[in-house]
Write a protein that binds this ligand. Structure first.
Ligand code: SF4
Length: 95
């Protein structure tokens, strides 16, 4: 083995490792778009409002790209599918 093959092999190994990570990153990114089923159940989340109470008027809501887009909730970690018209028992009026 000469000195010039070692860096090339390292480059190829790093390149292969980087390629192998792409599906993991993509899967992880997709997982972030998932729901937090355990917390939804615990807080009795529903995709419809409860009277005047809804996620868009809750202090825990993290808005999505626009007023009608799904967003997140500070209490439901990793859940980015919270409807602005949803509701759960942890609702607290936005100040
Ligand atoms: S705490 Fe409940 S009502 Fe408030 S934003 Fe989160 S899911 Fe919606």
């Amino acid at each position: 083995m000469n000195a010039s093959t070692t860096p090339r092999r390292q480059f190829l190994k790093i390149g292969a490792a980087a390629l192998a990570m792409i599906p993991v990153v993509a899967f992880t990114d997709r997982a972030f778009a998932a729901t937090n089923a355990a917390m939804r159940t615990a807080l009795k989340y529903q995709a419809k409002p409860e009277g005047e109470k809804n996620c868009a008027t809750c202090m825990q809501f993290v808005p999505g790209a626009n007023a009608k887009a799904n967003g997140g909730c500070k209490l439901l970690a990793g859940d980015t599918e919270i409807s602005p018209t949803g509701y759960c028992t942890a609702w607290v009026k936005k100040a």
